[in-house]
Design a protein around this ligand. Sequence first.
Ligand code: ACO
Length: 336
Amino acid sequence: SRGCKLVGSGSAVPSLEISNGDLAKIVETSDEWISVRTGIRNRRVLSGKDRLSGLAAEAAKRALEMAQVDADDVDLVLLCTSTPDDLFGSAPQIPRALGCKRNPVAYDITAACSGFVLGLVSAASHIRGGGFQNVLVIGADALSRYVDWTDRGTCILFGDAAGAVLVQACDGSEDGLFAFDLHSDGEGQKHLNAGIKNSEIEHAVGSNGSAASFPPRNSSYSCIQMTGNEVFRFAVSRVPQSIESSLAKAGLNGSDIDWLLLHQANRRIIDSVATRLEIPAERILSNLANYGNTSAASIPLALDEAVRSGTVQSGHTLAVAGFGAGLTWGSTIVRW
Ligand code: ACO
């Protein structure tokens, strides 16, 4: 049977750094409050002419270099992002930036902080059932574009980044993606969203079917709105359940896991999930302090740093979970 494995990782972050102290100059907060409540100290933010697709392409290029695979051998690009440069999708810009002569299939996946886990599972399905060979899965987000910089409850949390992995077809005996568990709950959208503004589209057609306003006015998206404690409660209950389900499907238990790699949203969420799963602190991967919550990028960014520092080594097993807006959440068990 056909399997798939992770063969390379890469990441990229913007150069502009914003510390907790910098934020304390624009909203009523302090380095101490932010560090204690979230574990975050710094974050990076896109600026000037920088584009998200540029950052994503840089991360992808590094993943290809590590895998020693030519960009022209990539046949599918999945760009997991909720903040594309182009509402119609930015994925086709990645092969263009990589200088591919043969254009692969490329499309965006929109699932906020769960995007990368959904991307990994999609890559595996495309390889197993669709005959694809080399799939770039990129998690890239620039939530700074939609942060309300006057809201201290949210502006302290987020940062911009990109991370990528190359998933490659292999013999089933070498399969490195063991099991997954995915969910959504539209009811919870009220707790975390960046919705379209009072859409004229809704009002454009009257109850009798006649146009109430024509032409309809164009719209745009609101800033991120979040009920922090609700999202916190959701994460600490659903994420351990999901990982337990993935572990059971893979026939493994917590002690078989070398590393717990969660979406980097909040240090207290990560610690709470680890405690519930009885995974000791020394088996947690986290770089939240340096980058904050980078949405779909956080998992591949932390993975890439851990691989390049030698922390995650060939043959290690990781429990990976994403969670966030939608609401969406899910987990997968992978071998590096
Ligand atoms: N500085 C100082 N005080 C603050 C700040 C701040 N930056 N932010 C909020 N406060 C105040 C509040 O106003 C409140 O004051 P009050 O008691 O006088 O009303 C007090 O601190 C407590 O506020 P809570 O929101 O209850 O604080 P909590 O301990 O829940 O921490 C936090 C807030 C850090 C946002 C936490 O709820 C959290 O991390 N939630 C999860 C959020 C998350 O991970 N979201 C991303 C999901 S991923 C995605 O898809 C984008």
